[in-house]
Design a binder for this molecule. Structure first.
Ligand code: ADP
Length: 631
């Protein structure tokens, strides 16, 4: 079975795995974003570079066309000139040759061309503007040049090549010179103007982009980078090499291909060139190349724009994307952390509220249980009380019977004695009268009268006891109750030789009670005190009545042995007695206690510090106003 700690470890492991997967996914997403940004930025910035290059291409093309166009008409004009035609007719004449040399030199100066020269129908140059230079064209046959062939066919000859004689590059325009039609119109030769390309090329070197011009085989003829000159964009095949050799376009030049890789740039028609060799500009240099064919000139113009800026812009965009991703991830992490903390707090509060509900339920259940228990106990207590009350009622009844027995014994004793005395006094009186001793007989009769008076007194007390105690309470004067009770006990007190002191105020304290029942209580207490002091030579009983606020206390203190300490709590229990069998029922104090309760009073017992038992009755005093009402 998994333990709580192993479950916690498993949960932690799962959480780490989840975090690792989330981090991995986030990094993958970032990498994807950076890659997509790269593709997008590369496309965008390379396209911008291409567009710039394309715009420049048009400019360069028109520049180039314009530069050539300046010379295009010159050979034609010369071919149409009658003087020139005349010179062609006399091509073998030295004087005409000299004139032709001067003419071509003059025209060459005026047009700014590189060379201007005249060729006869066989391609032999018979006059040239550079007739007086170190390497004049005069005497050279250029019939192999296509421009001558084109011109002889009646078209405008156009060609570019490296001069075989001069070793200089140039663009050639050639036009046929024919005899007047009236004279048969035969071809006499051609006028050729060679245009220098150096100035154009020099202007290009200063430009931001690189510019090249290639022939139909891809050989670079003009280039803003001198190293690229006479290099080909692709390796030349044999057919191309053969054709080039026939025209002697680049005589004695090693036409090596540039070391580069070419690939198409999308569907734009542009190409991406990457230099792989050590040649200039540098290995790894990359260009976007756009080109425009110039069919009239027979070449193709290329503009090469470096991709360096586009690449660095792409890198910048990637860095920005990576930073944006990092910031997004940071913000997302913060939001997720806050969210998870929020969820944790909600969960904690939910758990706390469930816990609280649980506790409240438990507490409620406990309380309900306690309540049920309490109700059960109350019911039991009530039943017990009812039983007790019943028992008390029974005991009171039993107590009354016992008291009645005691009283009967006492009464028979009280009555028997005077009756016996009366009898003997009566007998004596009878004898005295028979003997005529009336005076003495009178004395006896008086004694008999006194005894009957005493018996009447006892009877009076008996009447008091015989009266059934009324259940309702009425004002009772304490002093009267105490006097009656002591009077009733007088014979017993005398017989015991007891001294009773009664200390009470003179104000006639009144309580609400049942007179007979209150008397029976005091009677019981005094009787108990006498029992306790039995055997003492001079038993002493002190009764003190005191007013305490709205209450009154009646204290009975005897000088007996007191109540054993362990029994003080038990003496009010029914049937608790320490007396011999037949002498006490153990009901007196119990009944007295309950009687006092009926009067809203109390009865308690204690031992006097100097010895002897003390019983204290406490009762509410009846105010004087209440007394007046009841009177
Ligand atoms: P009974 O007098 O029939 O024994 P009571 O209820 O009147 O029943 O008294 C209960 C007991 O209390 C007595 O048996 C006695 O032990 C004790 N007692 C009562 N009054 C005194 C007293 N004044 N001094 C010592 N013990 C007393």
């Amino acid at each position: 079975m998994p333990t709580p700690s192993s479950r916690a470890e498993a949960a932690t492991g799962r959480s780490h795995l989840r975090t690792a997967v989330q981090v991995g996914l986030a990094l993958a997403a970032c990498a994807l974003v950076v890659l997509l940004t790269r593709t997008w930025a590369e496309d965008l910035f390379l396209e911008q570079t291409r567009a710039r290059a394309a715009a420049k291409l048009d400019l360069y093309a028109s520049n180039l066309s314009g530069a050539l166009a300046k010379y295009q008409a010159v050979p034609r004009l010369l071919a149409l000139n009658g003087d020139v035609v005349a010179l062609f007719r006399r091509a073998g004449d030295p004087e005409a040759q000299a004139r032709a040399n001067l003419l071509t030199a003059t025209i060459n100066d005026l047009t700014g061309a590189e060379d201007t020269y005249l060729m006869d129908a066989q391609g032999m140059t018979f006059a040239a503007s550079n007739w007086d230079s170190e390497r004049p064209f005069v005497g050279h046959n250029f019939s192999y040049r296509p421009y001558f062939q084109q011109a002889m066919e009646g078209r405008l000859g156009r060609y570019f090549a490296l001069g075989t004689t001069s070793g200089k590059r140039g663009y050639y325009f050639a036009s046929r010179v024919s005899a007047p039609k009236a004279e048969g119109g035969e071809a006499l030769g051609a006028v050729v103007v060679k245009v220098s390309l150096d100035d154009i090329e020099a202007a290009w070197t200063a430009s931001e982009e690189d510019v090249i011009v290639t022939d139909p085989y891809g050989v670079i003829f003009i280039a803003s980078q001198p190293d690229w000159r006479f290099r080909s964009l692709a390796p030349l095949d044999d057919a191309a090499l053969k054709a080039i050799a026939e025209n002697r376009r680049y005589e004695s030049v090693d036409l090596r291909p540039l070391e580069l890789e070419r690939r198409a740039l999308g569907s734009t028609g542009a190409e991406l060139l990457t230099f792989t060799g050590q040649a200039a500009p540098e290995a790894g240099a990359e260009y976007i190349m756009v080109d425009e064919e110039m069919p009239e000139a027979g070449w193709t113009l290329h503009v090469l724009a470096s991709t360096q800026l586009a690449r660095s812009q792409t890198v910048t965009a990637m860095v920005v994307a990576a930073l944006a991703c990092a910031i997004t991830l940071l913000i997302a992490t913060l939001i997720l952390q806050r969210r998870s903390r929020f969820i944790e707090r909600i969960e904690y509060q939910r758990r706390a509220s469930v816990e609280l509900e649980h506790r409240v339920e438990e507490r409620t259940a406990d309380l309900t249980e306690a309540n049920v228990q309490l109700e059960r106990e109350i019911a039991e207590r009530q039943a017990a009380e009812a039983e007790l009350r019943q028992a008390q009622d029974d005991l009171i009844q039993a107590g009354k019977l016992a008291a009645l027995g005691q009283m009967s014994a006492a009464l028979s004793h009280e009555f028997n004695q005077p009756l016996a005395a009366i009898r003997s006094y009566a007998d004596n009186a009878q004898l005295l009268i028979e003997r005529n001793r009336e005076a003495e007989a009178c004395g006896n009769l008086k004694l008999i009268k006194d005894l009957t008076a005493r018996m009447a007194e006892i009877s009076k007390h008996l009447m008091t006891f015989a009266r059934k105690p009324r259940s309702e309470l009425r004002p009772v004067v304490l002093a009267e109750v105490l006097d009656d009770t002591l009077d009733f006990l007088r014979i017993r007190l005398e017989r015991a030789g007891a001294e009773v002191t009664l200390d009470q105020p003179d104000c006639g304290l009144t309580v609400r009670a049942g007179r007979v029942r209150l008397q029976s209580v005091i009677l019981n207490l005094v009787s108990n005190a006498l029992d306790a002091m039995q055997g003492q030579a001079a038993p002493k009983l002190e009764i003190t009545v005191a007013e305490v606020g709205e209450r009154v206390t009646i204290t009975l203190r005897d000088h007996g042995p007191g109540i054993p300490a362990g029994q003080i709590g038990r003496i009010f229990d029914p049937f608790f007695t320490t007396k011999e069998v037949g002498e006490g029922l153990g009901l007196g104090l119990s009944i007295s206690y309950n009687i006092m309760k009926d009067f809203d009073g109390t009865l308690r017992a204690e031992n006097h510090p100097e010895g002897g038992a003390v019983f204290i009755i406490d009762l509410p005093l009846l105010p004087a106003a209440a007394l007046r009402v009841s009177a």
